[in-house]
Design a protein around this ligand. Structure first.
Ligand SMILES: [Zn+2]
Length: 329
């Protein structure tokens, strides 16, 4: 067998696979669970549950349950070994989410091979190896992704369609530190921060997805909202695990709904830049959040700073905590 079982299951999450098979599920509550009609037996009322985080299913109707491979065994009437072969072919196929996942995995592998990437992370104050893994930070050297994904069986059309490869057929991301953007636990986009002179921020076409790590952040009674992933990284590193990021100051409708999903306090921690755009955005957002019953406080960093530069230039957790306490309503 060419590939480890766990890797295969990660590369092709159960929920992605079911959606490819046209299964429609709706969220069951606020957690990672989805519910829909069971594909394994006829029914009119949904009793088939998928836990996207655990990557498992269970049907209360027919009592079947298990992982992706078990599902394929049951639905396709294949043996365990036949199911693996079938899935390996499937995952190399034509699903954009699977391709983005493969691209992200490739970029994560590259990070260790390019000292300039690790140097850049260090400059931005990101040193904790466990954190780098947790945030799935990768590096796009440029010029090698296309070859890698074609060899994995992806079509060039699909690579163009996802935006990973530009219309000229070259890798889109060159010399960029790369973060995955997720929605419902699936990668829906990639963000690349340029190390060089190219335009600093770049996404692939399409949605930027959910607030970062919302599943774990949403349980806190107060959350810190920042603009960028390097802000989030240094805050997490300093112990502020209730920080999340919207990839910019403009929240998409899904992200806005997430912030409003229960009463809470939101610490708006946008850049304090010379032209005042960060603070203007914070004011506008505070207004919209108040209308939804959310308490907001504006964290006033020293002029010219964002949370990243605050920590990189010597600020510590105690000082940042004081800023939170002093943040005006
Ligand atoms: Zn069933």
């Amino acid at each position: 067998m060419g590939e480890d079982l766990e890797q295969l299951k990660q590369r092709l999450p159960l929920l992605d696979y079911l959606r490819q098979q046209n299964w429609t599920g709706r969220p069951a509550g606020q957690g990672p669970e989805f519910v829909g009609l069971c594909p394994l037996h006829p029914e009119t009322r949904p009793s088939f549950y998928v836990n996207a985080r655990k990557n498992l299913f269970y049907c209360h109707g027919c009592g079947q349950g298990g992982d992706l491979i078990r599902f394929v065994e049951l639905s396709q009437h294949l043996s365990f070994r036949q199911s693996l072969t079938y899935l390996e072919q499937q995952s190399a196929g034509a699903d954009p989410a699977a391709v983005l996942r493969q691209a992200s995995a490739f970029y994560q592998q590259q990070l260790d091979c390019y000292p300039e990437a690790r140097r850049y992370l260090e400059q931005r104050g990101v040193r904790d190896l466990a954190l780098i893994r947790e945030l799935q930070i990768g590096y796009a050297p440029g010029g090698s992704l296309r070859r890698h994904l074609l060899a994995q069986g992806c079509s060039l059309d699909l690579l163009r369609h996802t935006g990973l490869v530009n219309p000229q057929g070259h890798d889109t991301f060159y010399q960029r530190v790369v973060f995955p953007c997720c929605q419902d636990g699936r990668i829906v986009n990639l963000y690349g921060r340029s190390l060089g002179t190219a335009f600093a921020h770049r996404f692939l076409p399409g949605s930027k997805g959910d607030l970062v790590a919302w599943e774990s952040v949403r349980q806190f009674p107060s959350v810190i909202l920042v603009e960028g992933m390097f802000d989030l990284a240094v805050l997490w590193q300093a112990g502020f695990r209730h920080a999340t990021c919207a990839w910019g100051t403009h929240l998409n409708p899904g992200q806005f709904r997430q912030l409003c999903d229960r009463p809470r306090t939101v610490y708006l921690t946008f850049d304090v830049d010379a032209n005042g755009s960060g603070q203007q955005a914070a004011q506008g957002l505070a207004h919209r959040l108040h209308a939804q019953g959310i308490t907001t406080r504006r964290v006033l960093l020293p002029p010219g700073h964002d949370p990243n530069s605050f920590f990189v230039q010597g600020g510590d957790a105690r000082q940042f905590h004081s800023l939170l306490e002093a943040a005006p309503l």
